[in-house]
Design a protein around this ligand. Structure first.
Ligand SMILES: *Cc1c(COP(=O)(O)O)cnc(C)c1O
Length: 238
């Protein structure tokens, strides 16, 4: 789990090779080591108690956080100006994680109709089985009318900053304002843009999703996903 991002004192090109990893904390290894361990040991019983009660941040159990996985989490959080990030097994896992957290127990998502095929299919066929319903916004490109499409049980607005494959560009700032006026968060899938081209949090997004499988990785040799959080949304109300 990434709790702290590196101060944005460095430029993008430095952050993309340095952020989230300090060799001094890893035996001065230049390449981040692969911590192939499920659990991490405790200094003493007090340390264990503090980790389990989240009083102290630290490595506990790899499903929750792992020092190797923390590197891409903190790096992408730094690049995007996020408060923190979690890495998951794929972009679709990142979307599932987000939707299940926002709309479990029968919520609605107001979504852009311009979607990646995997999202479009799963919005139609998988999440409705879990009680999550989708409204396909007619006014995603007319944000001044978008508020009319928000229902009492709408839990979030979901858009792609550059849609895949149709390359539609919604006005993220205007849509963020519509969401916030209704007290709900804006989720932006920023996979196509990557933080190199666009940083949704600077334009009002509350959650940013990546498939790290695509341009973020750039080499076509892994599947991964990330969920980033801006730190600016008051989650206590939803
Ligand atoms: C590929 C893609 C995903 C899904 O990511 P996977 O890593 O393949 O699960 C989600 N959103 C967009 C925009 C994508 O292009």
């Amino acid at each position: 789990m990434a709790n702290e991002t590196q101060a944005p004192a460095y430029r993008f090109d430095t952050q993309r090779v340095r952020a989230g990893y300090d060799p001094k904390e890893h035996q001065n290894a230049v390449s981040p080591p692969i911590y192939q361990t499920t659990a991490c040991d405790f200094r003493d019983a007090e340390h264990a108690k503090n980790l389990f009660s989240f009083k102290e941040a630290g490595n506990l159990y790899t499903r929750v956080g792992n020092p190797t996985v923390a590197v891409p989490e903190q790096r992408v959080a730094a690049l995007d100006g996020a408060s923190g990030a979690i890495a998951l097994a794929s972009g679709m896992a990142a979307i599932s994680h987000t939707l299940l957290n926002l709309a479990e127990d029968g919520g609605r998502i107001l979504t852009s109709p311009y979607l990646y095929g995997g999202s479009a299919d799963s919005f139609k066929k998988i999440y409705p089985k879990l009680g999550i319903r989708f409204d396909y916004a007619k006014n995603i490109l007319n944000p001044e009318k978008l508020a009319e499409e928000i229902k009492p049980d709408t839990k979030a607005i979901f858009i792609e900053s550059i849609s895949n494959p149709s390359a539609v560009l919604p006005d993220v700032e205007a849509i963020a304002k519509v969401a916030h006026d209704a007290g709900i968060p804006l989720v932006v899938d920023n996979t196509v843009a990557t933080p190199y081209l666009f940083k949704p949090i600077e334009h009002g997004a509350d959650i940013v999703i990546y498939s790290a499988t695509k341009g973020l990785n750039g080499h076509g040799n892994l599947i991964g996903g990330l969920v980033l959080e801006s730190g600016g949304f008051d989650w206590r109300n939803i």
